[in-house]
Design a binder for this molecule. Structure first.
Ligand SMILES: [Fe+2]
Length: 246
């Protein structure tokens, strides 16, 4: 009896990893160009931690923001080249590409018009809203992206307290995909965000999951998330699209 108990306790330990999704498509592991990794050494640590939990390919997505991080294809590709060289030097074998996390500010539409978006896979574009208020023209911009042949993905829907699942359902009907931050399920961003993340999963509104990795605390949370029942649910009972980016 005692042994049986011990076994059932062990099941709460980590028994699977992220190899089933294979691709992490939202992270800040490129060195020195946003609030993520600052040096190539930081980047290598984060990449190793992702590999430890089964990630086979990383699509790094540095911030592009008018106010704080004025990244361009040039700054992003340069940082990617630095990291790739370091990975090669250290003989670390992982596929790594770069796109961006575009901030939905007043420059986003201009970037769209000028064809300056950093895409991943088959023309997917990752962007984020403000944490404070909903952009008034979200539907219009999503429509525009679709018309131009892009596939828009909204980052971490669970982190916008002014949104609800009806509004997300509506935006998804316009062709938007939603990317949950895996670590939201651990309570990393607080109880409320955790609840919203679980509700998105319950309501079948999640298309991608990813780490949004900036630093080692996120790496710890990414591993911890593997113990969460909701993660098991989203990994195994869900048609996640991460694998389309392989
Ligand atoms: Fe991010």
């Amino acid at each position: 009896m005692f042994n049986w108990f011990k076994k059932s306790e062990l099941k709460k330990e980590i028994t699977f990893d992220y190899s089933s999704i294979a691709v992490d498509m939202h992270s800040h592991v490129l060195p020195g160009i946003d609030d993520g990794a600052q040096t190539p050494e930081d980047s290598i640590e984060l990449v190793k931690r992702m590999m430890d939990v089964g990630i086979k390919k990383i699509i790094a997505t540095p911030h592009i923001m008018a106010d704080y991080y004025r990244n361009t294809a040039e700054t992003i590709n340069a940082a990617l080249a630095v990291l790739k060289a370091e990975l090669e030097t250290q003989k670390i074998n992982i596929v790594i590409e770069a796109a961006a996390e575009h901030y939905f500010d007043e420059t986003f539409e201009t970037r769209i018009n000028e064809g300056k978006l950093m895409t991943m896979g088959d023309n997917y574009v990752l962007f984020e809203f403000s944490f404070i208020s909903k952009p008034p023209n979200a539907v219009q911009i999503i429509q525009k992206l679709k018309e131009l042949g892009y596939k828009p993905i909204l980052a971490h829907p669970e982190r916008y307290p002014y949104m609800d699942n009806d509004q997300f359902r509506n935006l998804r009907d316009w062709g938007l995909s939603l990317q949950l931050n895996t670590i939201s399920l651990t309570g990393y961003y607080g109880k409320d965000v955790k609840k919203l993340a679980e509700k998105l999963i319950d309501d079948q509104l999640v298309d991608f999951i990813s780490s949004d990795m900036h630093h080692l605390r996120h790496a710890d949370a990414l591993k911890e998330a593997l113990k969460m029942p909701y993660l098991e649910k989203v990994l195994f009972d869900y048609p996640l699209k991460n694998i389309l980016l392989k």
